[in-house]
Design a binder for this molecule. Sequence first.
Ligand code: ARG
Length: 464
Amino acid sequence: MTSSTSGYTWAGRFSEPVSTLVKRYTASVEFDRRLWRQDIQGSLAHARMLARQNIISADDLADIERGMQTVAEEIESGAFVWSIDLEDVHLNIEKRLTAIIGDAGKRLHTGRSRNDQVATDIRLYLRDAVDAILQLITAFRTALLDLAEQEAATPMPGFTHLQVAQPVTFGHHLLAYFEMFGRDAERFADCRKRTNRLPLGAAALAGTTYPIDRAYVAEQLGFDAVCENSLDAVSDRDFAIEFCAASALLMTHISRLSEELVLWMNPRVGFIRIADRFCTGSSIMPQKKNPDVPELARGKTGRVNGHLMALLTLMKGQPLAYNKDNQEDKEPLFDAVDTVTDTLRIFADMVPGISVQPEAMRAALTQGFATATDLADYLAKKGLPFRDAHEAVGLAVKRAEQLGIDLPQLPLDELQTFSSLIAEDVYAVLTVEGSLAARSHFGGTAPEQVKAAIARARRLLAAC
Ligand code: ARG
């Protein structure tokens, strides 16, 4: 080996050093050092297995355990010197271990490759990230549920096409998001199952000639199973794609909620206020209070969607087994983890900081003939075919519009000009409360149904 190539552990067959640009282009240590805990954890499990199988000696294992302890302390304290000359987190740690303990450090890599090592590290990392995200989703859903309970009977306009459609309760509206984020939790939990399998033992691609015990390594690391096929084990990144897909959909839900928060905070709508600590002002317009958090969350959805696309594209052309392309899996994955984690954390904090303005919601309800369907149902229940009822109510709405009033303000004799079936009891269905109470079936918006749904949701969360 010439001195010019000596930086790399693999430089034996090379006759010239890589250029500085290539070194920078191919190194991953700047971002994969985030995996250092998992890398050490995986190495220790591997070393214990090697010793138990008599592939390395008990003394070597003791040295490795001691040395890794020092390495971990150095990294933790910031004393560890990361070097891009050593490419990635794996080689940085191995080189330092060897500097501390000598030959035993060089025996650690027996029967493994960085290909199965990195796949193991990412899975360990992602498993923890998923567990943290699942907890945050539960905290966020709990906050939504608390607000829904408080507002279980608060009427607001339900919209279709962003036009006032029918009355709903704000609690009911919030429970829709509770459902969305529940499905997100299911998806993350499902992705965790396929993440939690051990690639180590696949070595570079074909397995190894040493008498390894993969089940023992899996057991030490808390993996549910061992990857079945060595080629698949080193090349599979489906779990990362699944994670990004679950993340993209979660962010899409966050983005929908954000859009509503922004809308509700607009002074012309004024349904809610968000605590000042989640808003910012303008440097020029002194009156402004801007909903920056929901806006940013809506914006950040794009980058997570982008990460999903990046990983799908990363994998689409790859032949078996490992290719260096795979090193590009980390930055999108890490950023997806960070974005989802921070967003959930901030939303779980922000929801209790929402103050509801019920008068504004009620005022909006009196402007869009929100109980028109109730009147049509009323006539249909009295025997008028629904299509005819629809037409009669359409005419009544037109009349109310001319008079500048809402349907319940039309006097009875005026209403009766549209159908002789209309009687005094019509006012019970034309009111917001009547409209809400009438939708009293499983999944409906009647306050008693909303309360029942909240009780079910509480039991569900308690089991989480
Ligand atoms: N830094 C590499 C990665 O992230 C580790 C595996 C490298 N393997 C190799 N044969 N070059 O994928």
